[in-house]
Unconditional design. Structure first.
Length: 63
């Protein structure tokens, strides 16, 4: 049960990364300004996806 929940949250990070990238692109297209905060949050979300993926694999290997 826990592994399914962990995998759900793992992919939720990718979902949020896509949202933040869309936000950054739409702000750039509308105003011509770069939304550094949205890009930083998107990069952090992608990093967290891979970090959690590796962490979940270690957690599954322990059991």
């Amino acid at each position: 049960m826990k592994t399914k929940l962990f995998k759900f949250f793992q992919y939720a990070y990718l979902f949020f990364a896509v949202i933040f990238l869309y936000d950054a692109i739409s702000k750039y297209m509308a105003n011509g300004t770069i939304a550094y905060m949205s890009l930083l949050l998107a990069a952090t979300a992608v990093f967290m996806f891979f970090f959690r993926k590796r962490f979940n694999k270690r957690f599954e290997d322990k059991d």
